[in-house]
Design a protein around this ligand. Structure first.
Ligand code: GLV
Ligand code: GLV
Length: 328
């Protein structure tokens, strides 16, 4: 009989239809948000799962799902996985790298431009009927072209943002990462490696694109914000928790930095209430990879991982290597 798959959230109907050619599928077309207990109950008899970043896969869930062999996440980030618990239980995890790189880099740049040029704030002003005249300093922001772009987290998306900045806008690009890029990649990105403190002190625009791990928790807190220029902008398209949102709200209110653009939040979809009341922040609801073609490519890659795994070809984009796969 066909392997049984749970699709934990609503996804493109054509991707559910593809999965149904290979598997017995329980889908969630009404996009009900299941509690961890409901998710565990639905996984009790499943061989595989299609997840998004909003389902936590941990030891408790794995022990309630004894047949589960693979969890395919429709996201490049997989901090919703307890990877060690999955590996120990013999459960394969997969993510969706590469297919979202350029789309997400585009969005990082869009959020940087919107923040530095105060696009959201000025639009609210116009819609509120407050535009009565020209004024010399009305919504005067900071320049993108020719400025210094500091990128923390120089994976594929970080490199995409570096290229946009260096080649498109003549920016001076510096980066910080756990490991240095090869000289060839540094040349391609026109990016120079610096220590984190130097990056924070010198960048006009700081963009965060690093994965969330316990080690990257609060990479930007009050101490780091204090190093930044008062004219600087901070962009987070990485994960909530990389920035201390409470400390950021204080820095924005006190104008210790000029502005921030945030696509991700600690405890999202909740947003720190102080961020909702400061004017100099652009807030978007975790949409950096959200174009129709890219979301479809991500869903198809997650499905391809499930199909390849159960065909015995192995996963296409694994995040772990369980020594012994679960049987049955
Ligand atoms: C989105 O945040 C992703 O990790 O793909
Ligand atoms: C994502 O693909 C990254 O490595 O930044």
């Amino acid at each position: 009989s066909k392997p049984r798959i749970l699709v934990a959230r609503a996804i493109f109907p054509e991707v559910v239809a593809r999965l149904a050619q290979h598997f017995e599928v329980e889908a969630n077309p009404d996009d009900v948000i299941w509690s961890p207990q409901e998710l565990a109950a639905r996984l009790a008899d499943k061989d595989g799962a299609f997840t998004t970043g909003s389902q936590r896969i941990d030891a408790a869930l794995l022990s309630a799902a004894p047949r589960l062999k693979i969890v395919a996440n429709m996201a490049v980030g997989y901090n919703n996985f307890d990877v060690d618990a999955m590996t120990a239980a013999g459960v394969q995890g997969t993510n969706t790298p590469d297919v979202l790189t350029e789309t997400t880099a585009d969005f990082g740049f869009a959020l940087l431009m919107a923040t530095a040029r105060r696009i959201a704030e000025s639009e609210h002003f116009l819609r509120a009927g407050k535009w009565t005249t020209w004024r010399y300093d009305m919504f005067a922001g900071s320049d993108i072209h020719g400025s210094t772009l500091g990128i923390i987290g120089m994976g594929r998306i970080g490199q995409g943002i570096a290229k946009r900045g260096a080649h498109g806008f003549g920016m001076n690009v510096v980066y910080h990462n756990r490991s240095r890029l090869s000289p060839a990649l540094e040349a391609e990105c026109k990016a120079r490696y610096v220590e984190k403190d130097e990056l924070l002190r010198t960048a006009d625009h700081v963009v965060l694109v690093l994965p969330y791990t316990p080690a990257s928790h609060h990479t930007i807190g009050a101490d780091e914000l204090a190093l930044m220029k008062p004219t600087a902008t901070l962009i987070n398209i990485a994960r909530g928790g990389i920035v201390d949102d409470a400390a950021l709200a204080v820095a924005l209110r006190e104008r210790r930095i000029a502005a921030a653009g945030l696509d991700v939040f600690e405890g999202e979809p909740s947003v720190h209430p102080d961020l909702l009341t400061v004017p100099n922040v652009v807030l978007t609801p975790h949409i950096a990879s959200a174009t129709v073609p890219t979301r479809l490519a991500m869903a198809n890659l997650a499905a391809d991982n499930l199909i390849a795994f159960f065909d015995g070809r192995g996963p296409l984009t694994p995040v772990n290597q369980p020594a012994a796969a679960r049987s049955a």
